[in-house]
Write a protein that binds this ligand. Structure first.
Ligand code: C2E
Ligand code: MG
Ligand code: MG
Length: 742
């Protein structure tokens, strides 16, 4: 302080000086500061500009929009909004208008909630994906991020700022990916994404369903996991090689499931390229076509094979025969066609039932195949008809030898089931290329014709085709065609052969015998047309007609005074097995008002014996109706009389084969005598048929035979003649005159 007072003036000066200096300094400093500030300002604004430029650049390149909401004024200021909402979008927009127009109404509420939560301090910032309107009218997806940047003293937000980014393309891509993924997942085809080393990258549920492998089972593992043993390893290698070279492969491929089972896949393998066109993956789409393939194979099998026996059918046979002929022409060799029909198969079918018949056919097919060996074609044409094609034949004798071997092969019984066997014989017809025909259809037809000739020869034999057979076959066809019209054209009639009682000496009955005069073919004998009628089933309507016609005639004759007369009617096995015979007989009797015991039905011995069980049931029904039953042609079937007696029969008719030689052949004599004695002991009537001489008659009478029928008495007579004959005999008996003879 002293110093200060001692030097007061100086001090003031000093102060002044100081101050002056100071002022200068201050001024200097000020001016320097000003200069610095200016410089700093310039620098800062440069920096700001630079930052702004950088920001603009960032915004421009990122596509982001910068925005700031002044909460108090409610104005939303945006930088670069035109990039998102079109050139017409204003930078500043009142929040109310923004809410009404610029944001999708559905997105407003979620956004508001997010912002609110943030403002309340729940989070650092908020984020929202929503749609804003582009000035072309479209909604575009954006992602906005923001936060409160300024609050008042009470913590209320004053400014909220952030960025908004266009995510439209991203959202679309994401959606597409989602759809693709959904499709991938829900596809019924198995889809596998595979890398360039053929390792699984991804698989869909259908893949798991079809192969049994889940994603975790296969991902990272090689696709050879699915390779099946149905193809060679080279096959799979080749396919992979093709895919690598061309980028694609499509085709059928067997694949192995996880459980070891195999399936046939229709596979499309395609490459996937990235944006740069570089192959990155393969995609395999696999359809399980096993079922489809199986169905196709089944159809092909059905078209070419017989389902019962597994043998080729007619279609495949024709095809193979054609090929055999082509080869034979080239090699100048022969082809034989053997046409085989099983004898009396129908009877077996009818008696044992269709299931047994089917088993028998199978067994017969196997036996045929075994007899010829695996290289020759054995085919089934249907029913009990088989065909064998034999190639490379050097001579006809070879075909004959084979036929003999086939017949021998059928000598032992066939197994029908565990408990039953049946013996069946074949009839075989043979035709040869080029001897008989040059084309398959003719060869088959001629072999068939030869087969019929073998049947006519007594069956269980073979015949080689010759031209005469063809004429015969044509005649058979003509007869059959005419026979179909015979009933409708009223071409059938009955003739009647009388039966004489050796006890009373009177006529006791007649046998009705069928006759046919065809308009086209003339008179045809029953021995020729009845077997055809039986084969074709025509015997059913014809037999019913015979039954009614016989009953009608008998009724007329009884009315005409022949009250005690009875009538025999021949019945075929088919009528017995297929027609309601008992009902038909009952109806015929009822319609004509006949006593049932005036009607006798004749069944041949062989057919009764062959179908013992079935016939028995029908015979019992007939017995109920009250008609008599006779066994016709007895002695030819070698059946046991005792067995026959168990059937409800009344009469035995000894076959005319025994009667014919009766007086010359001691065997026939003995047989006839035995039959008569045994039949009587069993309580049966005996009728001898085919009696032509009085010597035969005398012998029969001596043996105690009950009745005779034959040319000695009368040939079969037309209805009117028969009535005349019967009347005459009746009158003679009444007047005691000796009986006239036919
Ligand atoms: P069948 O029932 O044994 O009839 C007897 C056959 O012997 C008849 O032949 C008859 O004319 C013939 N005959 C009769 N007496 C003599 C004789 O003294 N000597 C010779 N050599 N033959 C004699 P037909 O009329 O030709 O009939 C042949 C076969 O046709 C019959 O044999 C019978 O099995 C069958 N038949 C005839 N008519 C019918 C019918 O209406 N229905 C059925 N299913 N078969 C019938
Ligand atoms: Mg008869
Ligand atoms: Mg007979």
């Amino acid at each position: 302080m002293v110093v200060a007072s001692a030097a007061g003036a100086g001090t003031a000066w000093f102060i002044a000086a100081i101050c002056g200096v100071g002022l200068v300094v201050v001024l200097l400093a000020w001016s320097r500061a000003t200069q610095r500030r200016d410089r700093d300002d310039a620098q800062r604004s440069l920096q700001v500009r630079r930052v702004k430029q950088q920001l603009d650049l960032v915004l421009a390149t990122s596509g982001d929009v910068l925005w700031e909401l002044d909460v108090r004024s409610g104005v939303l200021s945006r930088t670069g909004i035109q990039r998102l909402a079109g050139p017409g979008a204003p930078n500043d927009i009142p929040l109310s208008r923004w809410r009404e127009e610029a944001i999708h109404p559905d997105d407003l509420e979620p956004l508001r909630r997010r912002v609110e939560r943030h403002v309340e301090g729940d989070s650092e910032g908020f984020e929202s994906e929503h749609r804003i309107r582009h000035d072309d009218g479209e909604w575009r997806w954006v992602r906005a991020r923001g936060k409160v940047v300024e609050r008042d003293a009470a913590g209320r937000p004053l400014k909220i700022a952030g960025t908004t980014r266009d995510i439209h393309a991203h959202r679309r891509a994401e959606r597409e990916t989602r759809v693709a993924l959904e499709v991938f997942r829900s596809m019924s085809e198995a889809v596998a994404v595979i890398d360039l080393d053929f390792r699984f990258v991804a698989v869909n549920p259908a893949f798991t369903r079809i192969t049994g492998y889940t994603g975790s089972d296969v991902i990272g593992r090689g696709t050879d996991l699915l390779d099946s043993t149905q193809h060679s390893a080279e096959f799979y290698q080749r396919v992979r090689g093709l895919v690598v070279r061309s980028g694609h492969w499509g085709g059928e491929m067997w694949q192995q499931r996880k459980d070891g089972g195999e399936f046939l896949g229709w596979i499309e393998l395609s490459e996937v390229r990235d944006n740069n066109g570089l192959r990155t993956l393969f995609v395999a789409v696999v359809n399980d076509v096993t079922q489809k393939k199986r169905a196709e194979q089944e159809l092909r099998y059905l078209a070419n094979y017989d389902t019962l026996t597994g043998l080729p059918n007619r279609t495949l046979l024709s095809e193979r025969l054609s090929r055999a002929i082509i080869r034979a022409r080239r090699q100048e060799s022969r082809v034989a066609v053997l046409y085989i029909d099983l004898d009396h198969f129908k009877d077996i079918n009818d008696s044992l039932g269709h299931a047994a018949g089917d088993r028998l056919l199978k067994a017969a097919a196997a036996r045929l195949q075994a007899a010829v060996g695996p290289t020759d074609t054995v085919a089934r044409l249907g029913g009990d008809e088989f065909t064998i094609i034999v190639e490379d034949l050097d001579s006809i004798a070879t075909a004959e030898r084979l036929a003999r071997e086939l017949i021998a092969a059928f000598a032992s019984p066939l197994e029908v089931d565990e408990r039953h066997t049946a013996t069946i014989t074949p009839s075989i017809g043979i035709s040869l290329y080029p001897d008989h025909a040059l084309v398959p259809t003719d060869l088959l037809k001629f072999a068939d014709t030869a087969m019929y000739a073998a049947k006519a020869d007594g069956r269980n034999t073979f015949e080689i085709y010759d031209d005469a057979m063809d004429a015969e076959a044509r005649r058979r066809a003509a007869i059959l065609a005419a026979l179909r019209r015979a009933l409708a054209q009223d071409e059938l009639r009955l003739v009647f052969q009388p039966r004489l009682s050796l006890r009373s000496g009177g006529i006791v009955g007649v046998e009705a015998l069928l006759r046919w005069r065809s308009a086209e073919l003339g008179e045809i004998g029953p021995a020729e047309f009845i077997p055809l009628a039986e084969e074709s089933g025509l015997i059913l309507p014809i037999g019913e007609w015979v039954l009614h016609q016989a009953c009608r005639t008998l009724r007329q004759w009884q009315d005409a005074g022949l009250a005690d007369l009875s009538c025999s009617v021949n019945v075929s096995v088919l009528q017995l097995l297929r027609a309601p015979l008992a009902q038909q007989v009952a109806a015929a009797i009822a319609v004509c008002g006949l006593a049932p015991d005036r009607l006798e039905l004749e069944l041949t011995e062989s057919m009764v014996m062959k179908n013992a069980e079935e016939t028995r049931a029908v015979l019992d029904q007939l017995r109920e109706v009250g008609v008599r039953i006779a066994i016709d042609d007895f002695g030819t079937g070698y059946s046991s009389l005792v067995y026959l007696k168990r059937l409800p029969i009344d009469t035995l008719k000894i076959d005319k084969a025994f009667i014919g030689d009766l007086t010359d052949d001691p065997d026939d004599k003995a047989i006839t005598a035995t039959i008569i004695t045994m039949a009587h002991s069993l309580g049966l009537q005996v009728v001898a048929e085919g009696v032509e001489t009085s010597e035969q008659l005398v012998y029969l009478r001596d043996q105690g035979c009950d009745e005779v029928q034959g040319y000695w008495l009368s040939r079969p007579l037309e209805t009117d003649h028969a009535l005349g004959f019967l009347r005459q005999r009746l009158d003679a008996a009444r007047t005691g005159q000796p009986p006239p003879q036919a």
